[in-house]
Design a binder for this molecule. Structure first.
Ligand code: HEC
Length: 112
């Protein structure tokens, strides 16, 4: 009886591990524009922006501006993300132009 339970547990464990596998980001790839590393706007924001701007855009770490109060237009946002400003370094080379556009669209949704 005990062995049976252990067996089921192990099988479940393997299924859980196996179902996670396809979602793992491929490591060891330095190129940011391959399909495998395509990330959602939210993931991009979490990866690159949360440390200073916080999940809700209002954290303001190292003098970061409150994205909820930002009035910048889309083109200005893209310019700022690409080239940076002040304490915020640019993300050119770290994200593709497409990804930068995605994040730019995303941060506008944080506005109140
Ligand atoms: C190292 C910390 C840091 C990171 C990481 C960072 N920012 Fe910033 N961000 C700042 C600072 C500081 C400012 C204010 C710059 C200034 O005006 O001098 C700022 C300003 C901005 C502004 C302008 C807001 C306005 O109304 O002027 C936008 C838009 C912005 N950040 C978006 C982003 C996005 C999107 C990311 C991620 C791709 C990001 N930031 C990552 C620190 C950061």
């Amino acid at each position: 009886m005990k062995l049976n339970f252990l067996f089921i547990f192990i099988v479940l464990f393997i299924i859980v591990i196996a179902s996670c596998e396809p979602n793992m980001p491929s490591k060891g790839s330095s190129s940011v524009d391959t399909k495998e590393t395509a990330k959602t706007a939210n993931e991009l924001y979490t990866t690159h922006c949360v440390t200073c701007h916080g999940a809700d855009g209002a954290m303001g770490m190292s003098g970061a501006k409150n994205l909820q109060d930002s009035k910048l237009e889309n083109s200005e946002i893209i310019k700022q993300i690409t080239h940076g400003k002040g304490m915020m370094s640019g993300f050119e080379g770290k994200m593709t132009a497409e990804e930068i556009e995605k994040v730019a669209t995303y941060i506008v949704t944080l506005r109140k």
